[in-house]
Write a protein that binds this ligand. Structure first.
Ligand code: RIB
Length: 317
């Protein structure tokens, strides 16, 4: 039977332009192609999990408009259950304005719309779906109180809670939320924002991970881009190297990592093995344009994992 993964989070339509470089403030530059693609950190994670074979459910909110309908249809096409994606009669569907440069880096500006009208009461309506899951995936493109409520429902039912604190908030994350999170997965930027510390090398990453663990999360996984991912627990820390790729577009690579990791964990894999899955799913997503169009099928991930790579884990104390 497939592992059950529930995602409580955002759905956006991504309006993407390719550009030779990211423009400076006040500058107009000539880009190339324009794409309208399904995105949103929450929906990206749900679609990624479904493509890996999970029984994936999305809980969120869209508008009753020209972007909301195709986003729901896209979830259908990917086999993601959206019983608990409600439709707001007034707010517009979330939109992300994305610029991707020739190096594959991006900038994203989000108009949250209906995502910010997603309330704790909507989570309560989906409690039975959350309770039936092996893991719950959370991010921060919806109101913090809604994220906290979802974590509370999951914790009450013994469901593992994975929080990807993206985008990182200006304020520290509330203890009420962190006390309900089993695994926190920030990237380098989010780690620096959450801790005030730099994450430029492994010793710095270890210190930052320890600082995050001190606020009450048992397991922290720092995603370090091309350097891989650092698993930090009370007993030890392990750096699991990244797969070497040439990035085309890193949009949703972090979402792909979280979904790959969460799905593997839901299937019963160990933390280091689940991180290898996350690394593989994230790497493949970065080799293709767009958020959801870039998310790989399970077979591609299995093939990458089977390739000879020097992926021995580096252990620390
Ligand atoms: O993580 C990538 C996502 O961030 C995009 O799909 C965009 O919608 C924003 O939410």
């Amino acid at each position: 039977m497939s592992a059950k993964v529930v995602v409580v989070g955002s759905l956006n339509m991504d309006l993407v332009t390719r550009s030779p470089r990211i423009p400076l403030p006040g500058e107009t530059i000539i880009g190339s192609n324009f794409y309208t693609l399904p995105g949103g950190k929450g929906a990206n994670q749900a679609v990624a999990a479904a493509r890996l074979g999970a029984c994936a459910s999305m809980v969120g909110r869209v508008g009753q408009d020209a972007f909301g309908r195709p986003l729901l249809a896209n979830l259908d096409n990917n086999g993601v259950d959206h019983t608990y994606v409600s439709q707001d009669p007034e707010a517009a569907t979330g939109v992300a304005l994305i610029t991707v440069d020739d190096a594959g880096e991006n900038t994203i500006v989000l108009a949250s719309g209906a995502n910010m009208h997603f309330s704790p009461a909507h989570v309560d309506a989906a409690a039975s779906a959350i309770a039936a899951a092996e893991v719950l995936l959370l991010q921060l493109e919806i109101p913090l109180e809604t994220v906290t409520r979802a974590a509370e429902v999951a914790q009450a039912h013994g469901v593992r809670v994975i929080l990807n604190p993206a985008p990182a908030p200006a304020e520290p994350l509330p203890a009420e939320l962190l006390s309900r999170v089993n695994i926190l997965i920030p990237n380098e930027t989010e780690t620096s924002l959450l801790t005030g510390l730099s994450v430029e090398d492994r010793p710095q990453a270890e210190v930052a991970a320890a600082a995050l663990r001190e606020v009450g999360v048992e397991t922290v996984i720092l995603t370090l881009g091309a350097r891989g991912a650092l698993l930090a627990q009370a007993s030890e820390s392990i750096l699991i190297p990244a797969f070497k790729i040439t990035p085309v577009d890193t949009t949703a690579a972090g979402d792909a990592f979280v979904a790959g990791f969460g799905t593997a964990l839901a299937e019963g894999k160990s933390l280091p093995e689940a991180i290898r899955w996350g690394n593989a799913v994230g790497a493949l997503a970065a080799t293709r344009l767009g958020a959801q169009p870039s998310l790989p099928a399970r077979l591609e991930v299995e093939q990458l994992l089977a390739e000879p790579n020097d992926l021995s884990f580096e252990r620390g104390v």
